[in-house]
Write a protein that binds this ligand. Structure first.
Ligand SMILES: [Cu+2]
Length: 167
């Protein structure tokens, strides 16, 4: 009986340890178990500044589901893009490429906006002007590719309100 008691005590400890582990994992699991539900809005890119072929693009991701990761964003009017964060150090802003993508929180939002996260676009097509449109494709680790129309604007700090953009 003693031995049995010891075994079950150990088993009990083992179970508790397991329970503790799976508790930790459960938080992550709950986030990854439910599929992400992603909508992309306010996609816009800056009109390339005078004669240059570099620009930046912005958007908002709303996620009503589990966590995901934004891996890349491509633009139909750019040869190449990178995901950048703007980091301020000693009053100097510099851009840091987010090589592993950017986390999209479960039941949360992710904003790419001027002064923060942005899509850096290289080899941007000539002749774009305010009011033009292009395609933006966002690649998510779990949700896959989502393509939206992006407007080309001189001032990307102005965020339109979806369908009311033209009012
Ligand atoms: Cu940049």
């Amino acid at each position: 009986m003693r031995a049995f008691g010891l075994v079950s005590a150990l088993a009990g400890l083992g179970l508790m340890a397991l329970a503790a582990c799976s508790d930790d994992a459960a938080d992550g699991d709950a986030e990854t178990a439910s599929p992400p539900q992603i909508t992309v809005s306010d996609a816009r890119m800056r009109t390339p500044p005078g004669g240059r072929d570099i620009s930046a693009a912005y958007f908002t991701v709303q996620n009503a589901g589990g966590a995901d990761r934004l891996l890349a964003v491509s633009l139909s009017v750019a040869e190449r893009t990178e995901l950048h964060a703007t980091v301020v150090e000693n009053d100097r802003a510099r851009m840091v490429e987010q090589e592993d993508g950017v986390e999209v929180p479960a039941s949360g939002a992710l904003s790419f906006e001027p002064g923060g996260l942005h899509v850096m676009a290289f080899g941007v097509q000539d002749g774009l002007s305010d009011g033009d449109a292009a395609e933006m494709t966002l690649s998510f680790e779990r949700a896959g590719e989502i393509t939206v129309e992006t407007s080309v604007v001189d001032d990307p700090t102005r965020v339109s309100n979806g369908e009311h953009a033209n009012h």
